[in-house]
Design a protein around this ligand. Sequence first.
Ligand code: ADP
Length: 188
Amino acid sequence: MTEREKIRLLQEMISQKRLKHSLAVRDVAVDLAKEYGADIKKARTAGLLHDSAKGISNDNLLQMAQEFGIVVDDVISTVPSLLHGPIGAKLVQKEFGIEDKEILNAIKIHTLGAEEMTILEKIIFIADYIEPNRTCAGLDELRKKARVNLDSAIRIACDRTLKYHIRNEDLIHPQTLATRNAFLRKDG
Ligand SMILES: Nc1ncnc2c1ncn2[C@@H]1O[C@H](COP(=O)(O)OP(=O)(O)O)[C@@H](O)[C@H]1O
């Protein structure tokens, strides 16, 4: 499938706004892949397709998780949109015919991260966070950090997510804290 064909299919799955975000994540991921010597083609594909499941309703995400045998923990059952990474990886395999494990895993874990991440996984995680359409305060500093120290940028991104959800009095998935602690150690 060419990239143009991928974009055409993706357009049927997600909103225009989400497509704009996906194209921007693709571009930032490519820049970071060049910076860090990662596989540019894989970064491009994973960046473009990371939010393929973002247009699926919570009820359908939960049903698909059951069909795919994806574990739904306590927090995820309350915040089913956390499934869009794992379900997205399955969809990208099924609908786009992508079999590359590294691409699929980068899509799977792009929201919560993991204690150990490949360079591609780190790039997709942080590109999603810093792409230029995101306008939250203080992001420019994180954008600069991502160019010089990916591990530190991931730790800061997790801190920001944790603070945001605490401020909102939201339920928080513990994987963000586990990712944050692991990257604090790497960084320190
Ligand atoms: N650690 C977390 N705990 C609970 N909810 C989270 C956590 N991280 C993200 N979320 C929520 O999961 C959903 C998907 O997250 P994300 O992909 O970061 O959203 P977006 O790309 O729309 O900003 C959002 O509703 C977000 O608020």
